[in-house]
Design a protein around this ligand. Structure first.
Ligand code: ZN
Length: 316
């Protein structure tokens, strides 16, 4: 049996304001802020992780909020839409909720499914779809009951500058199965039950520009370190240039740019976000890798204070 990823591990994007980011993803979408840390490559910037109650692989959307960043332009070489999965029967609830927070959305149909498409404050393109499958989130927040909560990712729409090549990478390297084509999108499926439906534009798309409101990379799941090392050698054997294995504290990572110019990461499921904080207080303290611990005071001083709180609209 050839190697297959179970689906998306996490998706990472750039935004401007950290508190706006918390208010949108925790306050409106009801995800749990499971980790508050810094960009290990730029310690003056937060790295915020939101997900289900523990940020399981397939649920974690992560951000680098950088106030002075310029806005990017969504386009080829990026994830175009990030898709969140909600329980069957909860789309009406989400429509009302987006209305309540004055988030503009449109209702569209594709591959016989209804999607609510909207954007966060920085213009990052998001959508919500109902589907069976995938474990229910155990996290409730604000006005969102557990049976309506976002379960994690449904998948994503990839915007490729060379879709034929991107699709070949998805099928031959990542082990996804092509399952359909409709209205200029080709659909692929991974074997996992979260983050497993990936749509790709059939015709090449003009290149976007990185910056606030765009996705930086999409990470795919590796089962463990052994599986991860195998991925690294298979990526190299396929003619791409994976990085060394990098310790991201909560997973191990390799990165490579696929020929459609989307930055792919492959990340291990373990150890996860409970590695350095207990379940009850995940995301509450600024967590630093040990090599930054001696600089904690100055790092904390350089970061804007943020707090997860129930928004006014949920108190009415
Ligand atoms: Zn990543």
């Amino acid at each position: 049996m050839s190697q297959q990823t179970a689906g998306i591990h996490h998706i990472t994007a750039f935004v401007k304001n950290a508190q706006d980011n918390v208010d949108f993803y925790a306050g409106i979408l009801g995800l749990r802020l499971v980790k508050k840390t810094i960009n290990f490559d730029a310690p003056e910037v937060y790295h915020l992780y939101f997900g289900n109650e523990v940020g399981s692989p397939g649920t974690a959307i992560t951000f680098f909020p950088w106030e002075t960043a310029r806005h990017g332009r969504i386009g080829g070489g990026q994830v175009g839409y990030t898709t969140f999965l909600v329980p069957v029967g909860s789309l009406d609830f989400w429509e009302k909720r987006l209305d309540k927070f004055q988030v503009e959305y449109r209702r569209i149909e594709r591959f016989q499914e209804i999607y609510l498409q909207f954007a966060d404050k920085d213009g990052l393109q998001l959508e919500i779809v109902e589907r069976e499958g995938g474990p229910a989130s155990q996290w409730t927040f604000g006005g969102i009951p557990a049976d309506k909560a976002i379960k994690g990712f449904g998948g994503a729409i990839l915007y490729s500058v060379a879709p034929k090549h991107t699709m070949e990478v998805l099928e031959k390297l990542m082990g996804l199965t092509r399952v359909g084509e409709e209205n200029g999108l080709v659909r692929f499926q991974a074997p996992g039950d979260l983050g497993n439906i990936i749509d790709v534009n059939a015709e090449p798309m003009p290149r976007g520009a990185g910056g606030a409101g765009t996705v930086h990379h999409i990470a795919w799941r590796a089962k463990d370190d052994q599986d991860h090392r195998l991925w690294q050698s298979r990526v190299a054997q396929s003619g791409f240039h994976p990085t060394d294995i990098i310790d991201r504290q909560y997973f191990h990572a390799i990165y490579f740019r696929e020929p459609g110019e989307i930055l792919f990461e492959i990340a291990t499921d373990p150890p996860g976000f409970e590695r350095d904080e207990p379940f009850e207080s995940l995301g509450e303290k600024l967590m630093l890798p040990e090599w930054y611990e001696p600089h904690r005071a100055e790092i904390e001083q350089g970061l804007p204070p943020i707090a997860v709180h129930v928004l006014a609209e949920d108190k009415e």
